[in-house]
Design a protein around this ligand. Structure first.
Ligand code: ADP
Ligand code: MG
Length: 292
C-alpha cells in the first residue's frame, strides 16, 4: 500500500482555487521534496494529507485511507508544521516537547510513564539532542528546536514523516548536517518523507524525488530529470525559489520588471550548469551564490 495516493485533488477557499487538479503518488521509502513559490499551495497540500484541511474534491489516500477518516492509521503519520515564529519564552524543556508527542500515543487520560520518558530521550538522542534534553526550548537555536520538533514527531513511531519548511531557522552552515540527519532517520526508522521547501538546490541535492507545485502540479520527477528551463518558464515572475551552496548556478529568470514587481525576489537560478558556462549575473543567490 502506498503511503500517499492523490488523484485530481482540487481545493477552493472562498472562491479562490488553491489546489488545481493535483495528482501525485508517493511510494514507500521515498524522500520527496515539494517545492514551489510562496503561496503555491505546499502547506495546503500537506494539510490535506494530514486531515487538517477539508473541503477538497478528488481522491486522496494516505496508507489506503481517506485523510478525513484515518482511524488507526493516524499514528503512522507525523507532521511537523511550518514554524511561523520562534517563541522564545515557551516554558518547556526539549524533553517536555518530545513527551507531548507521546501523549498522542497514550491519549490524555493515561499518565506518561518511565517508558515514555525513555522513548522520548531515545528520540532526542536520535536527532543528536540528548545533551540539550533539559534545556528550555526558548534557549535553543532554530536548528536545535527543529530537531526537537522532529523528535516529537517521531516518538509515536510513524511511517510517514511530513515536514513543512523544516530548514526555517536552521543556519546556512548546518543545512547539510540537517539533511544528513533526515537521511539517517529515514534509513533507521524505515520512513517515507515528504518535505516542503522553497530551496530548489537543497531539495534537488538531497531528495530522491522532486514535485513542483504552484497551484497546479508542474513536475514530479527525479532531480536529475528536472527541466529547469521549463520550471523557470512556468514559475515565472514573483518566484522565490532561492538557491545557494556550492553548485554552479546560472540565473535564468531575472528581468527589470521582475525587480520592480518583486524587489526581494532573487529570481530562479538553475543549478547543474557546468562551471565554465555563462557567468552569473550578481543576483542574490545566498552566501555562495553564483560561485562555481
Ligand atoms: N485558510 C485559508 N483561507 C484562505 N486562503 C488560504 C488559506 N490557507 C491558505 N490560503 C491561501 O492558499 C494559497 C496557498 O497557501 P499555502 O498552502 O500556504 O502556500 P505555500 O505553503 O506554498 O506558501 C495562498 O494564496 C494562501 O493565501
Ligand atoms: Mg507553506
Amino acid at each position: 500500500m502506498k503511503p500517499v495516493e492523490v488523484k485530481n485533488l482540487s481545493l477552493a477557499i472562498d472562491g479562490t482555487v488553491i489546489l488545481d487538479d493535483i495528482t501525485i503518488d508517493v511510494n514507500d521509502g521515498e524522500f520527496v521534496g515539494l517545492i514551489g513559490p510562496n503561496g503555491g499551495g505546499k502547506t495546503t497540500l500537506l494539510q490535506v494529507l494530514v486531515g487538517v484541511v477539508r473541503g477538497w474534491t478528488g481522491e486522496v489516500r494516505v496508507f489506503g485511507r481517506s485523510p478525513r477518516d484515518l482511524g488507526p492509521s493516524r499514528h503512522l503519520i507525523a507532521y511537523v508544521a511550518q514554524q511561523a515564529s520562534q517563541a522564545s519564552d515557551f516554558p518547556a524543556t526539549a524533553l517536555d516537547v518530545v513527551l507531548m508527542g507521546r501523549v498522542a500515543v497514550r491519549g490524555l487520560v493515561r499518565r506518561l510513564g518511565l517508558d515514555d520518558r525513555a522513548r522520548a530521550r531515545a528520540m532526542l538522542d536520535a536527532v543528536g539532542m540528548s545533551e540539550h534534553a533539559d534545556r528550555p526550548v526558548g534557549d535553543l537555536s532554530g536548528g536545535q528546536r527543529q530537531r526537537a520538533l522532529i523528535a516529537r514527531a517521531l516518538v509515536a513511531s510513524p511511517r510517514l514523516l511530513i515536514l513543512d519548511e523544516p530548514m526555517t531557522g536552521v543556519d546556512r552552515g548546518a543545512e547539510e548536517s540537517f539533511f544528513d540527519l533526515l537521511a539517517k532517520l529515514k534509513r533507521e526508522m524505515d520512513l517515507t518523507i515528504i518535505m516542503a521547501s522553497h530551496d530548489l538546490t537543497m531539495v534537488s541535492r538531497h531528495c530522491g524525488m522532486v514535485a513542483c507545485i504552484n497551484r497546479q502540479m508542474h513536475c514530479h520527477s527525479r532531480p536529475e530529470e528536472l527541466d529547469y528551463q521549463k520550471l523557470a518558464d512556468q514559475f515565472g515572475r514573483h518566484v522565490e525559489l532561492f538557491i545557494h551552496g556550492n553548485v554552479p548556478h546560472r540565473v535564468v529568470s531575472r528581468h527589470e520588471d521582475d525587480e520592480a514587481a518583486a524587489p526581494a525576489c532573487p529570481g530562479i537560478v538553475c543549478p547543474q550548469v557546468p562551471p565554465d558556462a555563462e557567468a552569473t549575473g550578481g543576483a542574490d543567490t545566498g552566501e555562495n551564490g553564483g560561485q562555481p
